[in-house]
Ligand binder design. Structure first.
Ligand code: PGA
Length: 260
């Protein structure tokens, strides 16, 4: 049985004062929810603050990217072991903003994914098609290729997904206010699971596949109710305490129902 996971992706937002208020509100509101899992992926400078505030709570923390190399002369880069030093459980890899703005290729994403796993982190692997790709009927092929790149290129194989999370984030839905409909998202999630099942049926049934792209309090419940949507990766709405908390409650409620 899969437990729903809600992960906030703060992107390049926040400051010490605002983060504290957001995290404290989340800690107290989520403390009684025990049917789902929660996490926030914060900018590197705030990992120490996240650890200090979230330690002992039911909210995990993580980063939004990492370097594929273990150490060395890589100015500006942050390694997997630095993230584990700060108690990170998760790290996002292959977010579409990293791919489009910073030039991460399928190959770099695969190496980052492998580096995260080697250090004991749970990578949240983002995949998703652009609007042009969807309109050309290529969405499934694109997402399949992004997935294969990691499973095959990094020679990680489907078994590596035992500790990983997949996030399907259609690029056209990120930060645009346009959400995939529950049916559109469900169809892609099922396709992702089928692709993994062709390598490993057991892992396909266990891996968490999150949806991301303009998830809000108002649409979270119907998305999370779909059989193959195991929670969400939340950008904009994760910066607003009431929104984030409401999304986490929605995941907890659906999870509790499934577990009953
Ligand atoms: P959004 O971002 O919720 O603001 O659309 C999601 C993401 O990029 O992870």
């Amino acid at each position: 049985m899969r437990v729903k996971l809600v992960a906030g992706n703060w992107k390049m937002h926040g400051n010490l004062v605002a983060n504290r208020a957001l995290l404290q509100a989340s800690i107290s509101a989520l403390s009684s929810l025990d049917a789902a899992k929660f996490a926030v992926c914060v900018p590197y400078p705030y990992l120490s603050q996240a650890r200090e505030l979230l330690n002992g709570s039911n909210i995990s923390w993580g980063a939004q990217d990492l370097c594929q190399f273990e150490s060395g002369a890589y100015t500006g880069a942050v390694s997997a072991s630095m993230l584990t030093d700060f108690g990170c459980r998760y790290v996002i890899v292959g977010h579409s903003e990293r791919r489009s703005v910073f030039g991460d290729t399928n190959e770099t994403v695969a190496l980052k994914y492998a580096a995260a796993l080697k250090a004991g982190l749970s990578p949240i692997l983002c995949v998703g098609e652009t609007l042009a790709e969807r309109e050309a009927g290529a969405a499934e092929a694109i997402v399949g290729a992004q997935l294969d790149a990691v499973l095959v290129l990094a020679r990680s194989g489907a078994q590596s997904l035992a500790r990983a999370v997949i996030a399907y984030e259609p690029v056209w839905a990120i930060g645009t206010g346009k959400t995939a409909t529950p049916d559109q998202a469900q169809a892609m999630h099922a396709a992702i699971r089928r692709r993994i099942a062709s390598q490993d049926q057991g892992i396909a049934g266990r891996v968490n596949v999150l949806y991301g792209g303009s998830v809000k309090a108002g649409n979270a419940g119907e998305l999370f109710a779909m059989p193959d949507i195991d929670g969400g990766l939340i950008g904009g709405a994760s910066l607003v305490a009431e929104e984030f908390i409401a999304i986490c409650r929605a995941a907890n409620q659906v999870s509790a129902k499934v577990q009953a």
